[in-house]
Design a binder for this molecule. Structure first.
Ligand code: PLP
Length: 400
């Protein structure tokens, strides 16, 4: 009988997808569940961007494009990298793809050989280690505790580097913690990386526009030329530009690796959607006010959620600097008894209890490499958010 490849044994089903399926099943049974699971903004794509997509269809801008994206979009992205990030990437140093994910795959395929180690600060987005494994690499999780603001310290980075280390994946602002690095923290990491000139750096900056409190969050590659020569800056339209379904990602970096990424991405996806690329040009050229407006809405929701969590027995969180997640320490509910008599032993038990008994769904921290925690996505209209937090508060009081 035909067998599936042994490679598949390395992958777990996505915990976010699993929780999403449980929420759908309970809703189908008539239960009222508030989902705080999904990693996407709850806003709509701005009208001017949608109109540009519609115009592209109406004018038959619907064919294959260059596999690395249209020259017009790469020129607009080159200007964006300069304007917003202080990065000098010429259009031929930029690759556009169907979302950021294929770029992460291509970058790692270009950076590492089988058996090479890739350092990933934890908690991390589950796909980062999975993508390293698909490229044949060995993900090395480095724990960044809540006390360190979930950020990688230079000491922890230095201690994780071995002769097999070939790359570091740095995600700021981070999914699932919302932690982001300022200039000084990045400079401290750069000082370590300069002692190890063979290490590539892949930065995932997809949440860059969702930043709070006026914080300075520079791109790593903008801070040092030597580091820029071995950094790929990956980004995308999904989160800040509210374009998850349009599937546009983009990356910039030094020419030789971007040429390699371009040819790998070309093999993976052919070319990105012409329609979505036309919409992305408008996203970059049109009114930029929505970026700040949406970030302010997320900041208000963050404040509501953080304040509410402060009233709940057994829970503790770090105030995030960006993105739209809270990563909540639930060590204080371990050992509590749920209404059905089950004793909570893990974050998974707590999260399942929340969905069953409180009607609010999260993703357990085990999915992101740190337990007992859970990720709460506050990509939810304010009224709903308040109801969800009240349900969680009542549940925590009930089990204590
Ligand atoms: N990188 C991070 C850290 C994410 O959280 C996500 C989506 O959740 C992505 C990348 C995926 O981005 P895209 O929709 O552009 O593939």
């Amino acid at each position: 009988m035909s067998q599936l490849s042994s490679r598949l044994g390395q992958f777990r089903p996505s915990p976010t997808t699993e929780m999403g399926a449980l929420v759908r099943r309970l809703r189908a049974e008539g239960r009222d569940i508030i989902g705080m699971v999904n990693g996407e903004p709850d806003f709509s794509t701005p009208d001017n961007i949608k109109d540009a997509g519609i115009r592209a269809i109406a004018t038959n801008n619907t064919r294959y494009t260059d596999s690395n994206g249209t020259a017009e979009l790469r020129t607009a992205l080159s200007a964006k990298f300069k304007r917003e990030n202080g990065l000098d990437y010429a259009p031929d140093q930029i690759v556009v793809s169907s979302g950021n994910k294929p770029l992460l795959h291509a970058a790692l395929l270009a950076m590492i050989d089988p058996g090479d180690e890739v350092i990933i600060p934890a908690p991390h987005w589950p796909s980062h280690p999975d993508i390293v494994q698909m490229a044949g690499g060995v993900p090395v999780s480095v724990l960044c505790p809540i006390e360190a603001g979930f950020r990688l310290s230079p000491e922890a980075l230095e201690a994780a580097i071995t002769p097999r280390t070939r790359a570091l994946v740095l995600n700021s602002p981070n999914n699932p913690t919302g932690a982001a690095y300022d200039r000084h923290e990045l400079q401290a990491l750069i000082a370590v990386l300069k002692r190890h000139p063979d290490i590539w750096i892949l930065t995932d900056e997809i949440y860059e526009h969702i930043r709070f409190d006026g914080r300075d969050m520079p791109s790593l590659a903008a801070l040092d030329e030597e580091i820029a020569a071995r950094t790929v800056t990956a980004n995308g339209a999904s989160k800040g530009y509210v374009m998850t379904g349009w599937r546009i990602g983009f990356a910039g970096g030094p020419r030789p690796i971007m040429e390699a990424i371009s040819s790998i991405v070309g093999q993976l996806i052919g070319s990105p959607s012409a329609i979505s690329q036309a919409a992305m040009i408008e996203a970059l050229a049109g009114d930029q006010g929505f970026l700040q407006r949406n970030a302010s809405i997320f900041q208000e929701r963050r404040d509501i959620a953080v304040e509410a969590l402060g009233q709940m027995p057994g829970l503790r969180c770090h105030v995030p600097e960006g993105a739209f997640y809270l990563f909540v320490d639930c060590a204080g509910v371990i050992g509590c008894t749920q209404p059905d008599g089950h004793v909570i032993q893990t974050d998974d038990d707590f999260v399942r209890g929340c969905v069953k008994h409180a009607g609010v769904a999260f993703v357990p921290g085990s999915a992101f490499g740190l337990s007992p925690y859970f990720r709460l996505a506050y990509s939810l209209e304010t009224g709903q958010l308040r109801v969800a937090m009240e349900r969680l508060r009542r549940y925590c009081n009930m089990i204590h």
